[in-house]
Design a protein around this ligand. Structure first.
Ligand code: PLP
Length: 362
């Protein structure tokens, strides 16, 4: 057997949410709702789907490797020059590209415990080491992270809002933090769920970019835009960083259909506003029903909610699945009594609450 690289030996594959088809097969039920992967339950913008349908007809031609049209659309929308933007096959890819670009063996990254697992995968796979700082009140502990910085620290990953807890740090906290991080340490703010946030104190990270050249902002089309299947994410950073990462980017990493869909999605503000509004309604409904049941949860700024079922989460996860609802058990995140539930339409939420009552005997 040919041995893989040493850094790869200790990695474990990403654990995705359980697919609907698998649950149908395993439990013999037809009606299955997946609330496990923070996908949009409102689908995608009709404009994006129309653009994708047209783009499929050009399947024999390689994509524009530079994603010129999409970069220009983002540049216009965000007020950021194109040379500060790098597109990836999901932000999963941009995170991995960052690891490949900057992590030498023995380098460290710092992130929260718990958070999105791709950060550690990107660093550990390069022979780096991930240093985990426990969350404080389910939120990134910025002072704890500052205290964990060593001469080996290369990268700091902050999911804002955080996945799986749904909590956010504020503009002021972020700025104070950035000021204290050494200039040769990159700070990656992952705002995959930013469009769902309602708190006015949420950071305007783009504002920090010209002043702090070690700041990177990451965004995705997978969440509010409902384009998870197309795989489009991007990062915004200093042109020097973008230039380095671009050197190892696969030449056609974002396919043509995805590029066209993303451009169209950007023009559909009405859709984004509708999803944000309906998501807030669903979140409010879910939280008020849980309040009535006396069940606690972590107040969320996103399209998911961590619910403390005060029982073995893995068992509750399985019981809910038998009832046709796929959620996430908090157990793999180290949150043994929590389940993470993606918000959806009011009909989905009321169906879920009914089954949760049944499973918890409420
Ligand atoms: C915090 C965070 N960042 C990034 C991603 C991945 O996004 P993408 O689909 O763009 O790879 C996720 C997906 O769940 C996430 O939770």
């Amino acid at each position: 057997m040919i041995k893989c690289r040493k850094a790869v030996e200790s990695l474990t594959p990403y654990l995705p949410g359980k697919p609907i088809e698998e649950v149908r097969r395993e439990y013999g039920i037809l009606e299955v709702t997946k609330l496990a992967s923070n996908e949009s339950q409102w689908g995608a913008s009709p404009l994006a789907l129309l653009a994708a349908r047209e783009a499929v007809l050009e399947s024999a031609v390689y994509p524009d490797g530079n994603c010129t049209e999409l970069k220009d659309a983002l540049s216009k929308k965000l007020g950021v020059p194109s040379e500060k933007i790098l597109l990836g096959c999901g932000s999963d890819e941009t995170i991995h590209l960052l690891g490949k670009t900057y992590i030498n063996e023995g380098d460290e990254c710092i992130t929260g415990d718990v958070t999105f697992s791709t950060y550690a995968a990107a660093v550990d796979s390069m022979g780096g080491r991930t240093v985990y700082v426990p969350l404080r009140n389910h939120t990134f502990d910025l002072d704890g992270i500052l205290a964990a910085i060593t001469p080996r620290t290369k990268l700091i990953f902050i999911a804002n809002p955080n996945n799986p807890t749904g909590t956010a740090i504020t503009h002021k906290e972020q700025e104070e933090f950035i000021k204290k991080v050494p200039e040769d340490v990159l700070i990656f703010f992952d705002e995959a769920y930013q469009e769902f946030v309602k708190t006015p104190s949420f950071p305007n990270t783009i504002e920090f970019l010209p002043k702090y050249r070690n700041v990177i902002l990451s965004k995705t089309f997978s969440k509010i835009y409902g384009l998870a299947a197309f795989r489009v994410g991007y990062m915004i950073a200093d042109p020097e960083i973008i230039d380095c990462v671009n050197r190892i980017r696969p030449p056609f990493n974002v396919n043509s259909v995805a590029q066209k869909a993303a451009v169209a999605a950007l023009s559909d503000d009405e859709f984004v506003q509708k999803v944000a509004r309906e998501n807030r309604g669903a979140l409010g409904y879910l939280q008020s029903e849980l309040d009535k049941m006396g069940i606690s949860y972590i107040p969320s700024e996103t399209n998911f909610l961590m619910i403390d079922v005060a029982k073995n989460a893995q068992e509750v996860f399985v019981e809910l699945m038998k009832e046709g609802y796929i959620v996430r058990s908090g157990a793999p995140f180290g949150e043994e009594t929590y389940i993470r539930v993606t918000t959806g339409t009011l009909a989905q939420m009321s169906g879920f609450i009914e089954k949760l009552k049944k499973v918890l005997g409420k």
